[in-house]
Design a binder for this molecule. Structure first.
Ligand SMILES: NC(=O)c1ccc[n+]([C@@H]2O[C@H](COP(=O)([O-])OP(=O)(O)OC[C@H]3O[C@@H](n4cnc5c(N)ncnc54)[C@H](OP(=O)(O)O)[C@@H]3O)[C@@H](O)[C@H]2O)c1
Length: 292
């Protein structure tokens, strides 16, 4: 199969690329970044696909700056929503399968048990609203052959993320305050990348005209950003005191949902995806970061 990965320079895109380049592949992969395919420009998307056909398109590209999105609503909407309308139309026309990555921020976080794929969505910030709009148009245009994978709290050895920010702050400061009343599960981008590659290799997935479905994926665990930071410092042997604070004590331009734990039962049952414990995956990432 010929597989396109959009958003190749982001955390997930790079994680897929690392796995694919490290082992012999039965499939042909093409990786494109913003330079080759700009999701904020209709013409760029159209002209890229004028000359290129694929069996599977994996969209890892997104406007992910949650706070800045509050100011840049039009651009965020273009990248996270309108571009998906266009990609879905193209995938349908090319008879390609489309795997699109979405977010736990489609939920308002007021639930008190892990969100299932069928639970009511109600995003509370621009990023979440535009990502949900992207999910909806994709489902409308492609009733078959698309897949939406919602993930949460993504980190990796690449780009900017919470783990790398905390490691930097831990070196610069003696003490740090971190929010302890927002609960979720971190996702090591490598684990999500492996899950996507496993799904693509699954015979059932390759079935023609498979109904479009939503799946949830993250690591295993139920933690706050405060718990996450304590473990980051423990693993990195960083000598910096961590104190818990409330969301109210740390105001941000975009509102954050309080509890976005997601049930992974569906992806486990249908694709036998192994969900690793968050501490194990964090340790793997920190080991790589230390070697760099
Ligand atoms: N990061 C998280 O915590 C998180 C949580 C839940 C869900 N997700 C979802 O997971 C997916 C992967 O996220 P990630 O963590 O890998 O994000 P990321 O590291 O921010 O990567 C996003 C990629 O999208 C690209 N992009 C942004 N605007 C673009 C445009 N106009 N045209 C083409 N590419 C553009 C970026 O390109 P440049 O490299 O050129 O900037 C970047 O490479 C996204 O769908 C995201 O919404 C992420």
């Amino acid at each position: 199969m010929k597989i396109l990965v959009i958003g190749a320079n982001g955390q997930l895109g790079k994680s897929i690329q690392k796995i694919v380049s490290g082992a012999k592949q039965n499939n042909e992969f093409v990786f494109v970044g913003r330079g080759e395919l700009d999701l904020s420009k209709k013409e760029s998307i159209a002209s890229y696909f004028d000359n290129n056909n694929f069996d599977v398109i994996i969209n890892c590209g997104a406007y992910t700056a949650v706070d800045k999105a509050e100011e840049e609503q039009n651009l965020t909407n273009q990248v996270n929503h309108l571009a998906i309308t266009q990609l879905a139309g193209i995938a349908k026309e090319q008879k390609a399968k489309l795997i699109h990555i979405s977010t736990d921020y489609v939920f308002d976080g007021t639930g008190n048990k892990p969100y299932k794929e069928t639970d009511k969505t109600n995003p509370i910030n621009v990023y979440g609203k535009t990502k949900l709009a992207g999910e909806k148009v994709l489902q409308e245009i492609m009733s078959t052959n698309a897949m939406i994978i919602r993930t949460s709290w993504v980190y990796s050895e690449y780009g900017n993320n919470f783990v790398k920010t905390m490691l930097r702050l831990g070196k610069e400061r003696n003490e740090i305050n971190v929010v302890s009343d927002q609960i979720g599960s971190p996702t090591y981008a490598t684990d999500l990348a492996k899950a996507i590659l496993k799904i693509i290799d699954n015979r059932d997935y390759q079935d023609k005209d498979r109904a479009t479905e939503i799946y949830h994926h993250s690591n295993k665990g139920e933690i706050s950003w405060y718990d996450f930071t304590k473990e980051i410092f423990k693993l990195a042997k960083t000598d910096c005191k961590v104190s818990p604070i409330t969301t109210e004590q740390y105001p941000t331009p975009a509102k954050r949902p309080r509890n976005t734990l997601m049930s992974k039962d569906k992806i486990i049952e249908e694709f036998s995806v192994e969900i690793l414990d968050w501490k194990k995956s964090l340790e793997a990432c920190i080991t790589i970061l230390k070697e760099q």
